[in-house]
Design a binder for this molecule. Structure first.
Ligand code: AMO
Length: 427
């Protein structure tokens, strides 16, 4: 028995040695005198040359196969080594014809085809590269926070109340009483600051988004961070800067090949992320001064401005109006119209929301009442505050938005393995 050689290792094999490869038939190219079998595994592609004298059938594209043969130097093969005199064994029945030709360098399919056939279309190397960038980003995210004393946590996804806004929660039947799919780990990550001081979570969150947009999903991956003993939201922003730089470094280290394939520049992360106040941002884009939020076209304009003015792909907008922020938001000291919260724009798209939170029990009770609700409804959450919580803050970054912007995808669905939206529940 010979150990498996990966496609990526084949160039380093001594010509003349016997090798055993395993992977999918990426391409079967039948010429008059030979058939080329291009084999694809998780490390790349390898070329196998099948001659009539070998007496081998090459199964159709996408069939998983094992190939035992001889490593042979060839200037025409990728990496300079191919496999000759093969014995080809199909590891399952012949694969059906794929909905799109996966061997072509660029996948020639519209978004609906890509999404409807996701289990197959994700096999295309250029499509798979999008998720390789996501996975490498996650490695960088975790590495940055692990080395800064954060503890990874997991909070429940079945919860008893909305955290962000009442409107877009999914209600479920929980043993006969209503419950909700969590819109955010917000309440739990705050409570866990009381325990661990610094926490992060990578997990799904659920938003019943009633609109079809290119940047909203009904389920997405939220990268949540929360830390205690901050002075204000600017301390949170410094951690966010390190996190984004760490995610970029993760991509450089673990997905350089994928980035090269996708042909996009990695983002410029300045030493300090430029910050603009919400009021100034409105003025800059020429929006009315009582506007409570930034519209997507405003975000795009601000992104272009940051690029031009600071050479930065990132811009933090701080001070969002209190009336548009959730009740846990800390006001801006001295002017309570504004908040100590921010959004981070990445290439003109909202990527992150974060800020400083209230931390005194009395402030929570007042804020909840001011929104016409009763503190009693939040009794379990408020326990942490009754028992002493430090000044704290944090943020949440949407993974799919990050990857979409990195790889230049116009629609967030292009970078989501199995997207969920208004219309889609399969695959
Ligand atoms: P927010 O609701 O702004 O903040 O969400 C944080 C980030 O998550 C991403 N995002 C989405 N991505 C895909 N589809 C959606 N429907 C969607 N909605 C949001 C965005 C956004 O910036 N608790 C706060 C965070 C905090 O303050 O720590 C929160 O959830 O990238």
């Amino acid at each position: 028995p010979i150990d498996r050689t990966l496609a990526g290792q084949l160039p380093a094999v001594t010509p003349g040695d016997a090798v055993r490869l395993a992977g999918h038939v990426h391409r079967r190219r039948e010429l008059a005198a030979v058939t080329f079998l291009v084999l694809r595994d998780h490390t790349g592609l390898a070329q196998v040359v099948v001659k009539p004298a070998d007496g081998q059938e090459v199964p159709p594209e996408e069939t998983p196969v094992e190939v035992v043969g001889i490593a042979t130097a060839s200037s025409q093969a990728p990496g300079g080594v191919e496999v000759t005199s093969p014995v080809v064994t199909a590891l399952s029945g012949p694969a059906h014809t794929p909905p799109v030709e996966l061997w072509r360098p660029e996948i020639a399919a519209g978004l609906p085809t890509l999404l409807d056939h996701a289990p197959v279309t994700w096999r295309h190397p250029a499509v798979r590269a999008r998720w390789e960038v996501a996975a490498a980003s996650l490695r960088g995210f975790r590495a940055t926070l692990d080395s800064a004393g954060f503890t990874e946590v997991h909070s429940p996804k079945i919860v008893d109340s909305a955290t962000e806004s009442g409107a877009n929660v999914f209600e479920i039947d929980y043993f006969g009483r209503p419950a909700y799919l969590a819109q955010s780990p917000q309440f739990y990550k705050q409570q866990l600051v009381g325990v661990f001081e610094r926490v992060y979570e990578v997990g799904p969150v659920f938003r019943a988004e009633p609109h079809d947009t290119v940047r909203h999903l009904a389920e997405y991956v939220s990268l949540d961070v929360e830390l205690g003993f901050v002075r204000d939201h600017r301390d949170v922003l410094s951690v966010l800067r390190e996190v984004v730089a760490g995610m970029r470094a993760g991509i450089e280290t673990h997905a350089a090949r994928a980035v090269e394939r996708l042909g996009h520049d990695l983002p410029v992360v300045p030493e300090e992320i430029p910050v603009i106040h919400f009021a100034e941002a409105l003025e800059l884009v020429g929006a009315p001064e009582d506007e409570p939020d930034l519209a997507p076209e405003h975000e795009r304009a601000l992104g272009a401005w940051a690029r031009q003015t600071y050479g930065s792909d990132f811009l933090a907008v701080e001070g969002y109006p209190m009336r548009k922020r959730p009740f846990y938001t800390h006001p801006q000291p001295g002017d309570e119209r504004w908040s100590n919260s921010f959004d981070l724009l990445f290439r003109g798209l909202e990527l992150v929301t974060g800020g400083q939170r209230l931390h005194r029990l009395a402030d929570y009770e007042e804020a909840i009442r001011a929104r016409g609700e009763e503190p009693a409804a939040y009794a379990s959450y408020l326990q942490a505050f009754a028992h002493g919580m430090p000044p704290h803050g944090g943020f949440a970054l949407g993974l799919e938005r990050w990857v979409a912007r990195l790889v230049g995808a116009a629609n967030i669905r292009e970078v989501t393995l199995f997207p969920r939206d208004l219309h889609r529940l399969t695959p």
